[in-house]
Design a protein around this ligand. Structure first.
Ligand SMILES: Cc1cc2nc3c(=O)[nH]c(=O)nc-3n(C[C@H](O)[C@H](O)[C@H](O)COP(=O)(O)OP(=O)(O)OC[C@H]3O[C@@H](n4cnc5c(N)ncnc54)[C@H](O)[C@@H]3O)c2cc1C
Length: 395
């Protein structure tokens, strides 16, 4: 049984069959869609009217090819870990031998805007993307709250469509949770060159139909506000099964939760990250796929630990930026010439490489991810030298 028909739920169902599991598989998903991938929702789907949803499989292939019972529009609202049941909103009760919770995350709401009358949008699912795409086509005045990846990809799409865009960020720089200042500045400059304005160090205190009020006393005129201030786990299933929320559902390296035969994967899982030195939720496409595949294997009796370093990318204008591991609280080495627009930043703690960020050098990132995963320890001097072949660190 899989609760949540998103990327992790879909990939886990596929993996169960790929590993030869022949028992019944039921996937219960709240959305009306079969499992799909989300990255294009804030990229291609906002830029091109022809871009379509990237489904993991076409709807009928779940039953016809994989013999998976996929129930869309079926939100799980209750569960009992002892009786091994989950119940959907329409009152159906399902019995499971093993359960995977793959209910992901949902956007954090901005309470200060609720009830203000101004149009508020979030960007999480297909409907959100189609709504925002329609909005940006009308050359609106758009305020984006949150200078993180989602907010900035949305800003990029809106600016390219000729909208007047202002991004409000309460930190003093963009992407402060994941990027070093050097790259935050580069991203801000790129957006400014496309006409995007920023207000830093301010929060939203309210709104009227005319615009958004900020803690610094400013009011920014807006037709709509897109809120991208992070996500939070969807608590229902875990709570109903008696699993304590610790900012996510705690799992071991095999995806096992504290409840017997209940597993968790994807955004919802709180998993140990060696790079961060603590348990974190890994909210990335790669984790939703690869952790889910690994956990599915454990659900059918194999033991396979998953400990890939976190990795994600963002595309904004002509920038492709990728981040692996943890870039915070570390010393940074710049590899390559930042003025060329193609370089990497490597994060070191002592002699450990704990993170890396690449700007328009995807090939180098592929090597850096391997260096981090292997816990390899090239010297700082080697890392600083673009002539140093990173493959040598893996020998
Ligand atoms: C707009 C956007 C752009 C992104 N871009 C990138 C990117 O460029 N690179 C990158 O690495 N990552 C990106 N991500 C992150 C990546 O898409 C997520 O990490 C990934 O989707 C997580 O997969 P998941 O299956 O854990 O959760 P989700 O994809 O959220 O799927 C969970 C599913 O469970 C359903 N559900 C929730 N509660 C219940 C319930 N009670 N009963 C039944 N079903 C339920 C939800 O409706 C949802 O369909 C992006 C995310 C978004 C939203």
């Amino acid at each position: 049984m899989i609760a949540g028909a998103g990327q992790a739920g879909g990939r886990a169902a596929e993996a169960l069959r790929a590993r030869g599991f022949q028992g019944a598989i039921t996937v219960l998903g709240e959305e009306a869609h079969p499992p799909y991938e989300r990255p294009q929702l804030s990229k291609a789907m906002l830029h091109s009217p022809d871009a379509s949803v990237t489904y993991i499989k076409q709807a009928r292939d779940w039953s016809d090819v994989l013999n998976v019972r996929l129930e869309t529009g079926a939100a799980v609202i209750d569960g009992d870990a002892d009786r091994r049941t989950v119940t959907t909103a329409d009152g159906r009760c399902f019995i499971f031998d093993r359960l995977l919770i793959a209910t992901g995350t949902r956007p954090r709401k901005l309470a200060a805007l609720e009830g203000s009358g101004i149009e508020i949008q979030y960007l999480r699912n297909v409907e959100d993307a189609l709504r925002f795409r329609r909005s940006v086509q009308h050359r609106s005045r758009i305020v984006i709250v949150g200078g993180g990846v989602i907010g900035l990809e949305a800003a990029c799409a809106a600016a390219r469509n000729g909208c007047r865009v202002t991004v409000i960020e309460n930190e003093t720089r963009l992407l402060a949770r994941a990027f070093p200042p050097l790259v935050s500045d580069l991203v801000a400059a790129k957006h400014r060159s496309h006409g995007v304005a920023f207000v830093f160090g301010a929060t939203v205190t309210g709104a009227t139909l005319a615009g958004v009020q900020l803690s610094n006393g400013e009011t920014i005129e807006a037709d709509l506000v897109l809120v991208g201030i992070g996500v939070e786990p969807v608590p229902t299933v875990a709570e109903r099964l008696g699993l304590p929320s610790q900012g996510g559902i705690a799992v071991d390296a095999c995806g096992r939760t504290e409840a017997s035969d209940v597993f968790c994967a994807g955004d919802a899982a709180l998993q140990w990250s060696r790079c961060h030195g603590r348990a974190i939720r890994v909210e990335t496409w790669a984790n939703a796929q690869n952790q889910a595949i690994s956990v599915a294997t454990n659900m059918i009796g194999e033991t396979k630990a998953y400990n890939d370093p976190p990795w994600f990318w963002t595309d904004q204008y002509d920038l492709n930026i990728q981040v692996a591991g943890d870039m915070l609280d570390s010393d940074h080495i710049v590899r390559g010439d930042e003025r060329s627009g193609k370089f990497s930043v490597i994060a070191m703690r002592g002699s450990d490489v704990v993170g890396a960020l690449s700007v328009n050098v995807a090939k180098e990132m592929a090597m850096l991810r391997r260096v981090i995963a292997a816990n390899a320890r090239p010297s700082r001097a080697d890392l600083e030298s673009p002539a140093y072949d990173l493959r040598a660190a893996l020998k």
